[in-house]
Ligand binder design. Sequence first.
Ligand SMILES: *Cc1c(COP(=O)(O)O)cnc(C)c1O
Length: 480
Amino acid sequence: MSGLDPDNWDALRQLGHRMLDDMIDRLSHLREQPVWQPMPDGLRQELRTGLPDGPSAPEDLYARFQQLVVPYATGNVHPGFMGWVHGGGTAVGMLSELLAGGLNANCGGRDHAPIEVEREVIRWAAQICGFPTDCSGLLVTGSSMANMIAVITASRAVPDGLAMRHAGVGTRRLTGYAAASAHGCISRAFDLTGLGSDALRIIPVDRNNRMILPELEKAIARDRAAGYEPFMIVGTAGTVDTGSIDDLDQLASIAAREKLWFHVDGAFGALAALSADLRPMLRGMERADSIAFDFHKWAQVQYDAGCILVRDPTLQAAAFAQSRSYLAREDRGLATNGPWFCDLGPDLSRGFRALKVWMTLGTYGAQRMGEMVAGCCAIARHLARLVEENPRTELLAPVTLNIVCFRVLAPVDDLDHFNGEIVKDLHESGVAAPSTTMIHGQKAVRAAIVNHRTVEADVDRMLEKLLELADARLAREKQG
Ligand SMILES: *Cc1c(COP(=O)(O)O)cnc(C)c1O
């Protein structure tokens, strides 16, 4: 026996055709299926076979995939999915995953075309964000990793910061600043990098969930006076709870004045730059030292595909490259073409994430992508209007981009509990899947319109069903 490939390529080709047909059928009939349904315990058990000792036919495994996996996926491909901030993916992105799998490229480095594709995608990302195209950057799992790379790069860029690469943080007392509305992964990045989550100062927000700038300036002054070493400000373009956007232009000015690194977490919101109508809200993002965002959210690229951009290309390599000769490499052969992507982040082996980004953005183009992003925001405004016009519902946060936070009013003792329960009822109905969050201490139904397949009728249906389920629950509670 030599290798693991089949003897019978024709059978595999036929199976591949069938898989493709089945999946495209599914994607083209999403509305006929429930958004989500819980996986029955019996089926969960069926997946627990233990390590297979002998072979199985791929046809049999595919049948198990259809039976055990497909009906019980997250549901974020479905137009009724409005929970968290999940991208919907596209059919063309799916095909590019197939192609990338065929090449099985390792994009850690070396001289091959997939590296050039990733470099081009990084230049596209720079263009989207208003960065110089000679910035450095890297595709990573998601914004959690991208934000962590930014924290590491920024902390190594302080005077004598590179010493921390071998000596550790030691007695240095570096502090960073982010709003209370910043994503939890920022605090986690401070934790994981050894700076400590206490070193991230949490700045209060105003009623619109934006960082209060005088509070930021006070915190920096207080820390300097106490002997701390402020090094970075993190602004958010599109906060995860409400979609609010910090005043990035003012933050950039404060960072410049205070000589601090300015990082923007634009996980989904940075992509609003694709729309000429929305772009002005992001003013100042282009002045950042680094930007983190996800292609797998609003750009609809298949999971996972996050991106980090660093304005000064020498600083990212200074923080991550393991040898000073990273630019040199070999003079000929496969081991040339530095700097390698493994010099810009923690991963050595890396998949060909860039292909699905290149094919998805290539297929639709920046203009159509921008229209789709603006379309999501228009649907969110439509939903906000419905909520405001209906005496049974209350809007809980202003709608900046694509996220609507509201609650259903009802004659119950505990509105928070009630809204939490009807959202679970809605998930189980299979009709729609918003999530929940807390807004100023009140439980909110949170609908994030991220999927390119979602239309106004989908949010109409979501709200209708939610109110119907609220009635049903009230009637049951009256009886009981
Ligand atoms: C989703 C999100 C993150 C985390 O991104 P992942 O891709 O899930 O790691 C960070 N910040 C914001 C604002 C987000 O919305």
